[in-house]
Design a binder for this molecule. Structure first.
Ligand SMILES: NC(=O)c1ccc[n+]([C@@H]2O[C@H](COP(=O)([O-])OP(=O)(O)OC[C@H]3O[C@@H](n4cnc5c(N)ncnc54)[C@H](OP(=O)(O)O)[C@@H]3O)[C@@H](O)[C@H]2O)c1
Length: 330
């Protein structure tokens, strides 16, 4: 079981309320809220205006705003079943799109099924530019439990079922949730290649993999994204990020703001205040600044947190300020 899913964490423990008041909804319109002495600069332009900086082309042909949304947290406790407030979950999804998220990450295992179903309920018919990235290959015996199954016949079924739940004719990005140690990865990916050849999926990504595994997978079919755990406080997969940069592969860090545990760093939190930002916002802006292939997918079930998180894309710091943050973060 991934420990990230182990327990729910209270908003207060992360200081969410304070931070939300700081920036939260106020930054959504961008612009110069803190003009007159603040070191913080908020770009007021819509994301598409500065394509190089804010947009990444998944697989070379699907432009997405680099700050996306993760839909795992919209399910019930233990990433199981329906959320306690289903209307709220639908509102969060709609608001995410309104705020410019056009890369939404999900998986058949979230719920299971409920995350994909909520996405379709909230957003279908989909905006033209929306990229839904789902995953298969992880089964759910119960709340908080995750067991890989990479058998090709199972994955083929998963793809057909995700297509139905998402009401799609083709899935833009299909990710192998986990490599199953009991099945040669060539066999698992063979099923995805078949689905790709049949027009059921457009691009393929991997999750929690090493550079060697990406290379091996790349011999079966092109790998356009990798989704590994990574944040300002956890750089275990730095080598994978470097590999993705070299190969032009999108890197989707999961737990970009620390997952269940959150981020706890007094020095960074204090620095964030200098930029009139929350620690969460600084951590997301740091990821976006860290690499042009970085596609963070922060997850939340709260509209206020969503607004706070999406505003992070507008946080612009000078090169000197980033040097200061990097020094604090290492
Ligand atoms: N490939 C994989 O194996 C894998 C594994 C895990 C996750 N993922 C994907 O990655 C996405 C993100 O990962 P994650 O959800 O584990 O981690 P995360 O985005 O780093 O953190 C989400 C947690 O932070 C809280 N939160 C969100 N915004 C906040 C804010 N502004 N202030 C305070 N708390 C805030 C959320 O609670 P509230 O709901 O209360 O806001 C939630 O508990 C998931 O949605 C999923 O799509 C992939």
């Amino acid at each position: 079981m991934d420990e990230e899913f182990a327990s729910e964490r209270s908003e207060q423990a992360r200081g969410g309320v304070t931070r939300r008041k700081f920036l939260g909804t106020t930054l959504i319109g961008g612009a110069t809220l803190f003009a007159g002495g603040s070191k913080m600069i908020f770009a007021g332009d819509p994301p598409a205006a500065a394509e190089n900086d804010t947009v990444f082309r998944v697989g070379g042909d699907l432009p997405v705003n680099r700050l996306g949304f993760g839909a795992m947290r919209l399910t019930g406790a233990g990433i199981w079943g329906w959320p306690p407030d289903r209307d709220n979950a639908l509102k969060v999804l709609k608001r995410a799109v309104e705020l410019g998220a056009n890369l939404i990450d999900t998986a058949d295992a979230y719920g299971p099924e409920t995350s994909e179903l909520l996405i379709a309920e909230a957003l279908y018919p989909y905006p033209k530019d929306l990229v839904i990235a789902t995953k298969g290959g992880n089964t759910r015996p119960g709340p908080g439990q995750w067991v890989p199954n990479g058998r090709p016949e199972y994955l083929s079924q998963c793809i057909d079922k995700s297509l139905k739940r998402l009401r799609l004719e083709r899935i833009d990005l299909y990710q192998l949730h986990r490599i199953d140690s009991k099945v040669p990865v060539e066999d698992s990916l063979g099923a995805l290649k078949k689905a790709q050849d049949a027009g059921k999926i457009r691009h393929v990504g991997l999750s929690e993999v090493s550079p060697e595994e990406i290379e091996r997978a790349g011999k079966v079919l092109p790998i356009v994204t990798v989704q590994n755990q990574y944040n300002i406080d956890n750089r275990k997969w730095e080598n994978v990020l470097t590999y993705c940069e070299k190969e032009g592969i999108g890197f989707m860090p999961w737990s970009p703001i620390g997952g269940n545990r959150g981020l706890h760093d007094n020095a960074l939190e204090a620095a964030a205040k200098d930029y009139h930002a929350s620690l969460v916002q600084l951590a997301l802006a740091w990821l976006l600044h860290r690499s042009r292939v970085m596609l963070p997918i922060p997850g939340t079930s709260s509209i206020a947190h969503l607004e706070e998180n999406m505003a992070a894309a507008k946080l612009k710091l000078s090169a000197d300020d980033w040097k200061r943050i990097d020094a604090l973060a290492t």
